[in-house]
Design a protein around this ligand. Structure first.
Ligand code: 5GP
Length: 221
């Protein structure tokens, strides 16, 4: 990575509107990952941070109960419904949605602050949230992770056993709906082999960091 602005304006040519993301001079990269629950997003996300450690994860706020092993401020910020609704009113979210019956939202200030500092931020959010982010940050990189088949997804959800039966049915129904959004994303990764899926995500991030882009990236609230 280079930080020499003279050198960069040289390779950017006369049109200073152009730059290369990898320079981090203008702003970090916004990466958004979605896909039905049970598709393996969580594992892929965890592994990508070990392969590309200089990524920043955006921790979501939720009203969902905390599962065994989940840590406050690491996996989620767990709040009450009342607190969440206050945060909505106070414009604290870049996006929020009701996901499988629970509120989930991405804190706005953290995201804008990190991007402005040049950090590459990764969001793992549902399709409703991703579409809201896309409207505000169209230059973001939207990656959809899909299962190889419905059967495979159902098997994974059953094996996870974090959900009650009716919740499982709901997640399967939601999955069918979520899959319809895939065409609005920039990339599709079919997770039929975890190692290959992670390699694909790594390749996307590396390629996006090398991309030559037009810059007009100042998000205004
Ligand atoms: P889980 O309850 O299994 O942790 O997550 C269920 C779903 O909620 C996943 O599809 C995940 O991507 C989504 N999710 C997590 N955080 C957010 C968020 O901040 N906003 C939105 N819209 N969805 C989220």
């Amino acid at each position: 990575m280079t930080n020499d602005k003279d050198f960069l304006s040289f390779i950017s040519g006369r049109d200073t509107q152009y730059s290369i993301r990898d320079t981090r001079i203008n702003r970090g990269l916004l990466l958004v990952i979605s896909g039905p629950s049970g598709v393996g997003k969580g594992t892929i996300r965890e592994e990508i941070f070990t392969i590309i450690p200089d990524l920043t994860y955006s921790v979501s706020v939720t009203t969902r109960f905390s599962r065994k092993g989940e840590r406050e401020g690491v996996d989620y910020y767990f709040v009450s419904k009342d607190e969440f609704e206050k945060m909505i009113k106070a414009d604290k979210f870049v996006e929020w949605a009701l996901v499988h019956g629970d509120y989930k939202g991405t804190p706005l200030d953290f995201l804008v602050d990190k991007l402005q500092k040049g950090e590459d931020v990764l969001l793992e959010i549902d399709v409703q949230g991703a579409m809201q982010v896309k409207k505000k940050f169209p230059e973001g990189v939207f990656i959809f992770i899909a299962p190889p088949s419905w059967k495979d997804l159902e098997k994974r959800l059953r094996e996870r056993r974090t959900e009650a039966k009716e919740n499982l049915e709901k997640r399967l129904k939601d999955a069918r709906n979520e899959m319809k959004y895939a065409e609005n994303y920039n990339y599709l990764i079919i997770n039929d082999d975890k190692k290959v899926a992670i390699k694909k995500l790594e390749s996307i991030i590396i390629a996006e960091r090398c991309k030559i882009i037009k810059t007009n990236l100042n998000y205004k609230k």
